[in-house]
Design a protein around this ligand. Structure first.
Ligand code: 9MJ
Length: 719
């Protein structure tokens, strides 16, 4: 296939065509391609907890595979994706065979299916119209875990795996605060089952932290929880805020209770967290009422749920009902409708961010998606609108997004709604492809897209009012100056106020002094009075003393996040040392530049952004005006007491097998060491894993102490 310039687009003829149109040879090649794609998607989802394609695209691939197999049965592959449920277990964890199988649940989507479920059970047990109660509880969207307690002591934790055999994650489970290490008054043998999950707030914070350190971010809280629990190093799990709800049990040496509700109460009494939306319902009417009540609270629970689980309350009846091949007869999951909705795209606005990024935002006819009214959604960037990804591959089968289109909106694990699909059959005849602006809509400066950047950026810098306001909002945000009473709304107001005129950070600190009339002006502004105005001046004064790292972060320099700012501050210690280093590095060469680049965690891109920001052509004058108002506190290197590596400079090279480089570095720094990226005469210790090359040779030449990973772990007492 070729595009209009005649270039090949990377799509072969076979993968474009309907299965019915394929020759046998094309079908065979297409089956091989689909097996590879589906296999890779399975691994990304199940083993790496990082789905690379949407569920809808995955289903389309599987459907296409099945269609071709139905048309060419003789070509069905031995490794056909149709015969595989998911990916095999990840390597690295021991396997545990569950004493009692871990089951999944049958699903229901419609209200009638709940009445049918009740009818079925009554028939199965020959109950007639006798009373039959059920528990109803939220279905947590996490991953199931089985905890084995022997004589009240937690001895084993296993994931569900395929239901028969799971992964041994005992050490990781021990790091979860909701999971008691010991129980009093428990049966001699007790397997507690429940769901490990991550709250929305913890998920957002984790992703922000990961992005800051250049680590892996997660698509949704479920993947974040799975990725955090299935860490070969339990220290990483410990640093991740996982939670656990108990809702069931496996093997037990004596019954917990004679009802489901009684058993849940018993688990709570033993110290487990159970879900407080669990209710006892007398039949389908009450079950559906509780379903609606839980659904109404879904958006504000703070964690993901994907339905409501009903269970027969009487455990003697549960025992009689037993199991089908993979699901219990006594329980069913009543799923919520997918958080998807179709609506019209009314317009595309371009927002300008603090670093000048032009972000397209979809303005939608308001529509309810999963209980929340959505009227905006992100459109990511110009490629996304045009129907391709950053590498030029087609997304949404190449369909572009136009104003006037019917678009499918979804809310994934994170809260920002996105657009999944376009209904071409409803496209208005006069809809035209969206033309992404090449000038900033706020200041009119030219907007350019640098090589390798998915985003187009305004080149106006601080001349651009949108960038200036966004920079100010960042400046006063929580990890930055965090001035009480001066939030995003207030700085925006002051920016546009010609008298109070806060146009750059320094203006915040001169607000009171620069004009004696400012107090009178401020107290007359809507929402302000004499007291709140004086409080604001006081809150501003309180922040004149500011740690170096915080100040650097507050400047909002592109590529320089919170972690990087602290790293840089920790290296240069004083603001003035850092400033003269920035001056010395202006030419992006020389000793100061080399020193900046030697900081482990500072790469070329960040170094260049820093030096440019501090150059006279950048924001230096504005920064100097700000710093003249402040007292910048020196950074302190953390010196851990009794640490064998305090004050030493450590370099890591080669592959580390027991932890990631990021974690090794964080641990070394926590113990007071300085981690550098290259070996020099200043290096004290080189930690060399397999594959170490020139750095190891250089260390040897310089006579620097070299340790392997185990030697390093034993030095820092981590074995
Ligand atoms: C979840 N995921 O919240 C069960 N579940 O019961 C609840 N899962 C379950 N129950 C038997 N609340 C098998 C699975």
């Amino acid at each position: 296939m070729t595009d209009k310039t005649g270039n090949a687009t990377g799509t072969t003829a076979a993968e474009m065509r309907a299965p019915e149109e394929l020759s046998a040879a094309e079908a065979e090649a297409e089956l091989a391609r689909l097996a590879a794609l589906i296999g890779a998607a399975n691994i990304a989802y199940h083993q790496q907890d990082a789905p690379e394609i949407s569920d809808a695209d995955y289903d389309r691939l599987k459907q296409r595979n099945s269609r071709i197999e139905a048309l060419f049965p003789q070509l069905k592959r031995a490794d056909s994706p149709s015969d595989q449920v998911g990916a095999r277990l990840a390597d690295g964890f021991g396997k545990i065979t569950h004493a009692v199988r871990m089951l999944s649940l049958g699903n229901a989507f419609e209200d009638e299916e709940i009445t049918e479920f009740d009818d079925y059970i009554r028939k199965y047990l020959n109950l007639g119209q006798a009373d039959l109660a059920y528990t109803a509880e939220p279905k947590i969207d996490g991953l199931s875990l089985s905890l084995r307690y022997e004589n009240g002591v937690l001895v084993q934790a296993a994931t569900r795996g395929d239901g028969e055999v799971g992964e041994n994650v005992t050490e990781n489970a021990r790091t979860i605060a909701d999971i008691p290490a010991r129980l009093t008054g428990a049966p001699a043998l007790l397997e507690v089952r429940g769901e490990v999950y991550m709250s929305h707030a913890d998920f957002a914070a984790l992703n922000a932290r990961q992005a800051d350190i250049g680590g892996k971010t997660f698509a949704n809280p479920r993947n974040a929880a799975a990725g955090s629990l299935r860490q070969l190093d339990a220290a990483i799990t410990r640093a991740r805020p996982l939670r656990f709800f108990a809702y069931g049990w496996g093997a037990v040496s004596e019954p917990l209770a004679d009802t489901q509700m009684g058993a849940i109460d018993r688990l709570a009494a033993l110290g487990f967290v159970t879900n407080d939306l669990t209710r006892l319902c007398q039949g389908p009417d009450e079950m559906l009422i509780h379903y609606r009540a839980i659904e109404a609270r879904r958006a504000t629970l703070g964690y993901d749920i994907d339905g409501v689980v009903y269970k027969v309350n009487d455990l003697a009846l549960q025992a009689r009902l037993g199991f089908r091949s993979t699901t219990p007869r006594w329980a069913i999951a009543h799923k919520f409708p997918a958080e998807l909705a179709w609506t019209r795209l009314e317009g595309i606005d371009i927002q300008v961010g603090r670093t000048g990024a032009l972000s397209p935002v979809a303005r939608l006819t308001p529509v309810t998606v999963g209980g929340v009214v959505v009227s905006n959604a992100t459109l990511h960037n110009e490629d996304y609108i045009a129907g391709r990804d950053a590498r030029g591959n087609r997304i949404r089968e190449g369909k572009d997004i136009r104003v006037g289109d019917w678009v499918q909106v979804y809310r994934a694990g994170d809260v920002i709604p996105k657009i999944a699909d376009v209904d071409l059959s409803k496209r208005p005849a006069d809809a035209v492809p969206f033309v992404f602006p090449d000038h900033c809509p706020e200041c009119g400066s030219i907007a350019i897209r640098e090589e390798g950047d998915a985003v187009r950026r305004c080149t106006g810098g601080l001349v651009c009012p949108a960038q200036a306001v966004e920079k100010l909002k960042h400046f006063v945000s929580r990890g930055a100056f965090d001035i009480e009473g001066l939030g995003a709304r207030q700085v925006e107001m002051f920016y546009h106020d010609d008298q109070l005129a806060i146009r750059e950070p320094a203006d915040i600190f001169t607000l009171q002094q620069r004009d004696a009339r400012n107090l009178a002006r401020l107290k007359n502004r809507e929402g302000w009075g004499e007291k709140s105005a004086n409080n604001l001046f006081q809150a501003i004064d309180d922040k004149r003393k500011i740690p170096f790292g915080r100040l650097l972060f507050a400047l909002g320099i592109r590529h320089v996040g919170e972690a990087a700012s602290n790293l840089i501050a920790g290296h240069y210690i004083t603001w003035n040392t850092f400033l003269s280093a920035m001056d010395g590095a202006v030419g992006l060469a020389g000793a100061d530049w080399d020193e900046l680049m030697s900081i482990d965690g500072v790469g070329q891109v960040m170094a260049k952004a820093l030096v440019t920001a501090f150059s006279p052509e950048g924001e230096r004058a504005s920064i100097d005006r700000l710093v003249a108002q402040l007292e910048v506190q020196d950074a302190r290197r953390i010196v851990a007491e009794g640490s064998p590596i305090a004050g030493k400079t450590v370099v890591f090279t080669g592959t580390l097998e027991k932890m990631t480089r990021a974690e090794a570095k964080a641990r070394a720094e926590a113990l007071g060491a300085k981690v550098a990226g290259s070996v020099s005469a200043k290096t004290d210790i080189l930690v060399a894993g397999p594959g170490a090359g020139s750095k190891a040779r250089k260390a040897q030449d310089l006579g620097i102490e070299t340790l392997d990973e185990d030697g390093w772990l034993s030095l820092i007492g981590a074995t």
